[in-house]
Design a protein around this ligand. Structure first.
Ligand code: AMP
Ligand code: MG
Length: 406
C-alpha cells in the first residue's frame, strides 16, 4: 500500500496542463493566464486631474503681498472631454476628476482651496500655493507601454480582470477548463428523485463530486450510475472517455462486484489501487482509453476526502495552476482524536481562530459512511500512520480546506 504522498506524486506525474484557449474577459475568473500580458498603451493614456478644482500655472498660485491671487476663469473641462483652449498666465479652467489636463496648465488646485462665485464664476481666488504637478496623474503613471503587467501562470481574479479591462483585453488567453466525467457504480444506487426501495440507497456521491469538481474549476459531466456488470460499465466508460478526466465512485474494492479495476485492466492500465489512509483506502488510479481515471471509494465520506486530497490537485494541475495543495497549519485539537488507527487518518474538523490560536474540534463520529461528519468541517486533522493517539489539547497538523492553495 502506498502513502498519500506517493499516490499524489504518481498521479501528478501523469497529468499535464491542458491547451490554451481564449475566453471572453468576463469568463476568465479562476482560470490561469496562458501568456504574459504587456501593456500596449500608457495607462492612464493622458495626464489627468486627480481632483475637482482648477487647472492653472503653478507660478500663478503664489500669494501677492499677502493676498490670494485672483485668476480669470476661461472655461471648464469635464471627464470624457478635452479642453478647447490652453490655460495661459493669469487664467485658470475648471476641471473635473479624470479630465485631461488642458495644455499650458502644470497643476490643479482642489476646489476646497479656492474661492469663487460658484460654478459660473468668471474668476477664482487661489488660497494656497501649489507646486508643479500638483494633483496631476501623469500619462503612464500606472502602466507604461511595453511594460509586462501580468505574468503567464497567474490565476485570474477580480483585480487581474480589472487590469485586463483597463488594457482593453476583451478576450484573454487562458488554459482551458478540464471536462470531468463523473460516474457512480452499484446495483444498490438509485437516483436522487427516486423513492427508496428495500436495499437501495440514493446516489449521493455523484452529486457531491459534481459540486466538488465544479468548485475546483472544472466542468463536471454526470454520467449516472453503472450497474455492477461489465457490460454496464463498458457502456458508461465509452461515453466517459470523451473527457479529460474520469472520476468514479465505488467498485474499486476487493468485492465480487468491484469491476472498475477489471475495466481499467481491459481498456487501459492500473497504476495503483490502494492507499494507506483512512477514510478511503480503495482508491485506484490509471488510464482508460488514454484518459486518466481516478477511481474513488464508494463510501461517501471516503469519496469526499480522497477527492480533496487527490482529485482537486489533479484538476488544478490541468488548469495550469502552480499551487496545488491546501495549506497545513498547526492546530490545538480541543477534543482529541480518541480512535487510534494504523493508517494515516484524516479527521474532519472545524478549525477556528480563538485568542490568536487555531483550535480544532472534530465533527463527531468519523465513520466513512457518516456523511454528516463532513458538515461544518473546514479542515482535516492529519493523524500520522502507526496508531498515534491525539489527546485533548494536543497539537496536530490540519489541512485547511477553505484556505487557498499554496
Ligand atoms: P463499494 O466500494 O462499491 O463497495 O461501495 C462502498 C459503499 O459505498 C457501499 O456501502 C455503497 O453502497 C456505497 N456507495 C457506493 N456508491 C455510492 C453512491 N454513488 N452514493 C452513495 N453511496 C454509495
Ligand atoms: Mg459497489
Amino acid at each position: 500500500m502506498i502513502s498519500v504522498e506517493e499516490a499524489l506524486e504518481r498521479i501528478l506525474a501523469q497529468i499535464q496542463p491542458l491547451e490554451v484557449t481564449t475566453v471572453p474577459l468576463a469568463q476568465s475568473q479562476g482560470l490561469v493566464l496562458a501568456e504574459d500580458i504587456v501593456a500596449q498603451e500608457d495607462m492612464p493614456p493622458f495626464a489627468n486631474s486627480a481632483m475637482d478644482g482648477y487647472a492653472l500655472l503653478s507660478k500663478d498660485s503664489k500669494a501677492r503681498e499677502g493676498l490670494p491671487p485672483r485668476l480669470r476663469v476661461t472655461g471648464g473641462v469635464a471627464a470624457g472631454y478635452v479642453a478647447e483652449h490652453a490655460v495661459e498666465e493669469g487664467t485658470a479652467m475648471r476641471i473635473m476628476t479624470g479630465a485631461p489636463v488642458p495644455p499650458g496648465a502644470d497643476s490643479v488646485i482642489q476646489v476646497e482651496l479656492t474661492r469663487s462665485q460658484g460654478p459660473e464664476s468668471e474668476w477664482v481666488e487661489i488660497l494656497q500655493e501649489v507646486a508643479p504637478g500638483n494633483n496631476i496623474r501623469p500619462a503612464g503613471e500606472d502602466m507604461r507601454r511595453g511594460q509586462q503587467v501580468l505574468a503567464r501562470g497567474t490565476e485570474i481574479g477580480p483585480w487581474e480582470i480589472g487590469v485586463l479591462a483597463t488594457l482593453g483585453r476583451a478576450n484573454v488567453p487562458v488554459i482551458r477548463r478540464p471536462r470531468v466525467s463523473i460516474l457512480g457504480t452499484g446495483d444498490e444506487v438509485i437516483e436522487v428523485d427516486e423513492a427508496l426501495r428495500p436495499g437501495k440507497i440514493r446516489n449521493s456521491n455523484s452529486y457531491l463530486l459534481e459540486a466538488a469538481v465544479r468548485k475546483a474549476g472544472a466542468e463536471p459531466r454526470r454520467l449516472g450510475v453503472a450497474r455492477d456488470t461489465v457490460e454496464s460499465l463498458r457502456e458508461k466508460f465509452s461515453v466517459a472517455v470523451q473527457s479529460d478526466l474520469i472520476i468514479t465512485s465505488g467498485g474499486v474494492s476487493v468485492g465480487d462486484f468491484d469491476l472498475v479495476k477489471d475495466i481499467m485492466r481491459e481498456q487501459g492500465e492500473i497504476n495503483f489501487w490502494r492507499i494507506n489512509l483512512r477514510p478511503g483506502k480503495p482508491v485506484a488510479f490509471g488510464h482508460i482509453g488514454g484518459v486518466p481515471l481516478l477511481g474513488l471509494p464508494g463510501n461517501p465520506v471516503s469519496a469526499a476526502v480522497t477527492f480533496e486530497l487527490l482529485g482537486r490537485p489533479v484538476i488544478r494541475k490541468m488548469l495550469g495552476h502552480s499551487r496545488l495543495l491546501r495549506p497545513q497549519i498547526d492546530v490545538i485539537v480541543e477534543d482529541g482524536v480518541s480512535e487510534v488507527v494504523s493508517r494515516r487518518h484524516y479527521v474532519r474538523a472545524r478549525v477556528e481562530l480563538r485568542d490568536g490560536r487555531f483550535v480544532a474540534r472534530t465533527t463527531g463520529n468519523q465513520g466513512s459512511n457518516i456523511t454528516t461528519s463532513l458538515l461544518n468541517a473546514n479542515a482535516f486533522i492529519v493523524v500520522p500512520e502507526g496508531g498515534v493517539a491525539i489527546h485533548p489539547g494536543d497539537t496536530a497538523k490540519a489541512i485547511m480546506l477553505d484556505w487557498p492553495e499554496v
